[in-house]
Design a protein around this ligand. Structure first.
Ligand code: LCS
Length: 393
């Protein structure tokens, strides 16, 4: 069977299989830090790259590699590099691609620390950055400088839910000899495949929907070409931000039900978004599946489904938002997303609290914005919870 030619769900179940001696149905956990060699000659060959045996788990491990092979197939990439967290993926990418004096153009409303690490820490290493609303494609070309090396996109953006046209931005990036990097965490490989649309590197916080069970922190980077893959893997090995075999096993376990979970969470989110849009205390709702979303048509052609993330604001602003968050019972007041449980949070004071006030206003992370990550409970219960919470305002 050629797994690359099979359907998405078959890949979810079988693309990571390994041939172990007992024909186990699941990938075994190779919980070892090091691997022995049969001879000094074999050891030398492995270190010279002439034999592909395992050496040391920071460099490679059969359980971790099973997950990497599987995600590379799901994203149609050359290869994948599993790392200890989504932020390890972000920092590995920055450090592998940028040198002192290089410039990056990025979506402004991205996960707070992905921007914070660049503006507050990597600025010491001479990295330059410009943050813009990439949903307006004209902004991207205008922001490019002679020293721009990377265009970094999150779509839909976190937490503003703006959608960037990946095909158009890939064209601009390549015209200017830049690499296009896409954070595909909100969508997962099930909803969007940026490499197919022209991106060079895609990455995920697997803490979210890929693992899906709120019990693991993990990340993965997928490169389209071999040269980029090697560049990224070498950086990961030397930074030492590898994944642990047990962590990989847990992610492989969660990944198998990715499409079923996302189908259900999306079905719920569509109902919740309509409920919110029709509620008199709700000022606005931003959800890719609503016709009122400014990039509804682009979302439809770029994403398989509209996903489980909704942003909305209340008539009463931040004060009303606090009352809602303090009065919901089923939705948990917590950061993160893409899990089986419904979560509610306030980005301006939580996930994006380190972004400066001016930048928050500029990028649309307003004080009234509530981010709602819909889980796989019954839609009626999620809506009833919101309804009673809204009545308390
Ligand atoms: N990229 C995106 C889009 C994210 O949402 C997150 C985490 C990361 C990268 C970093 O991944 P981590 O290191 O946590 O695995 N997002 C979070 C959020 O929105 N709330 O809590 C964490």
């Amino acid at each position: 069977m050629n797994i690359k030619k099979s359907g998405f769900n078959t890949k979810l179940i079988h693309a990571g299989e390994i041939n172990d001696q007992f024909c186990s149905a699941t990938v075994p956990i190779y919980q070892t830090s090091t691997f022995g060699f049969e001879s000094a000659e074999e050891a030398a060959k492995c270190f010279a790259g002439e034999s592909d045996g395992y050496i040391y788990t920071r460099i490679g491990n059969p359980t971790i590699n099973a997950l990497e092979r599987q995600i590379a197939v799901l994203e149609n990439g050359y290869g994948a590099i599993a790392v200890s967290s989504g932020m390890a993926a972000v920092t590995t990418i920055y450090l592998a691609l940028l040198s002192s004096g290089d410039h990056i153009v990025s979506t402004d409303a991205i996960y707070g620390p992905s921007r914070g690490v660049m503006e507050n820490q990597f600025v010491r290493f001479g990295f330059q950055s410009t943050y813009i609303n990439t949903a307006n494609i004209e902004n991207v070309e205008k922001a490019i400088r002679p020293n721009t090396k990377v265009i970094y996109i999150e779509t839909p953006s976190n937490p503003t839910m703006d959608i960037t046209d990946l095909k158009a931005v890939a064209e601009i990036a390549h015209k200017h000899s830049c690499l296009l990097v896409v954070d595909n965490t909100f969508c997962s490989p099930y909803l969007q495949n940026p490499l197919d649309l022209g991106a060079d590197i895609v990455f995920h916080s697997m803490t979210k929907s890929i693992n899906g069970h709120a019990d693991i922190i993990a990340g993965i980077i997928i490169a389209k070409e071999e040269k980029l893959y090697n560049q990224l893997r070498n950086m990961m090995i030397n930074l030492g931000c590898n994944m642990d075999p047990h962590q990989a096993y847990m992610v492989i376990r969660g990944l198998k039900t990715l499409s079923i979970r996302i189908d259900r969470a999306t079905e719920n989110a569509e109902k919740v978004a309509v409920f919110l849009e029709n509620h008199h205390k709700v000022a606005w709702v931003k959800y890719p599946g609503l016709k009122s979303h400014p990039q509804f048509d682009l979302g439809k052609c770029q994403m398989k489904l509209s996903g489980s993330m909704i942003s909305f604001g209340l008539q009463g602003g931040y004060e009303a938002a606090k009352m809602l968050m303090n009065n919901v019972h089923l939705a948990m007041l917590a950061v993160s997303l893409g899990g089986i449980e419904t979560l509610i949070q306030h980005p301006a004071s939580m996930t994006h609290s380190k972004v400066s006030v001016e930048e928050k206003i500029k990028s649309g992370i307003t004080d009234d914005l509530i981010r709602f990550a819909v889980g796989i409970e019954d839609a009626e219960d999620i809506i009833a919870d919101l309804k009673q919470g809204l009545e308390k305002i």
